[in-house]
Design a protein around this ligand. Sequence first.
Ligand code: CP3
Length: 337
Amino acid sequence: MPKNDLLLRSLRKEPIERFPVWLMRQAGRYMPQYRELRNKVNNFLELCKNVDLAVEVSLLPLRLLSVDAIIIFSDILVPLEALGVKLEFVEGEGPKLYWSSELKDLKPYDPKENAYVFEIIRKVKEAQDEVPVIGFGGAPFTLASYLIEGGASRDFRKTKLFMWEKEKEFKKLMELLTETQITYLKEQINAGADVIQVFDSWANYLSVEDYEEYVFPFVNYLVSELKEFSDTPVIYFFRGSSAFIDAVADTRADCLSVDWSVDIPEAMKLYEKAFQGNLEPTVLYASEEVIKEKTLSLLKRIPEKTGYIFNLGHGLAPDMDMKKVKLLVNTVKSYQL
Ligand code: CP3
């Protein structure tokens, strides 16, 4: 058990002294110390696979910001490489994937190909016993969209046309990705992850009807398989939160991590789940006064004294100011319940 288990207690809705805080993309380019470690290798993927460096990067936010959890340093896209798809991160352009769009060109998932991820989790656990360690993976739809688009997209047109025009194949792809993620995330739990977060970053591009038909059943199955496997808490992060929250409230995920389209204080009255989020990341570009005011006004409105984890509605950006990120974390930590 980590010395500071606020995150675990808040996820289980047990009494806590203050709300826990960590930030999505907390180890990233906004941090000079990250950029320094990143410069030791040729590209981002090499950093993900260099276990010792990735452990060091994972620990940076604990050492420099004193957050209440470590998320391991990796990327949601690495299991796709294990399916036989070429993956690269092009400087300034983001991820690129090269898939033929044929299911026969995907090989069966072998978790050994991601052994470095499980090793990073083991070593981060060994390196510190201060805070819980969060393992993570992409939700099937978000992974499918990267595969089909070949990278980032403005409108997800290829993904939608694939989904509507080749429905059977799309669902087969979703099944394959769901099984991959079940194996991958169970291995992360075996390696010692205290919490699992599943990222559905691009679901917000879909209609509610399509989300319920093509996305939710798969992520729901993924989460229930993880909950059958162990009692490790599962957090589901999904963009398009206000549109989908009614459907999502049925999952066995312990915690819903929502974007700023949801009013968390209201949602906590309606749904049993723990909640995580959801300050607009853009607030971090504002003055220190605005950052404090926006953060405190969210915290003050939380209607319960547990079952809440402070985070952003999406991740930190590379051009954010580390001083302001620290101020944000300290503001949450000094808020007394
Ligand atoms: O949160 C953390 O600190 C842990 C590490 C983490 C990264 N990616 C590191 C990273 C996590 C949890 C992710 C998840 C991830 N990756 C998501 C889901 C979360 C979200 O933001 O919605 C998605 C969609 C990806 C795919 C991906 N990887 C994108 C879109 C990018 C950005 C491309 C760019 O150059 O801007 C990446 C690369 C990436 N992943 C970086 C980091 C620190 C930056 C790469 C670099 O250092 O050059």
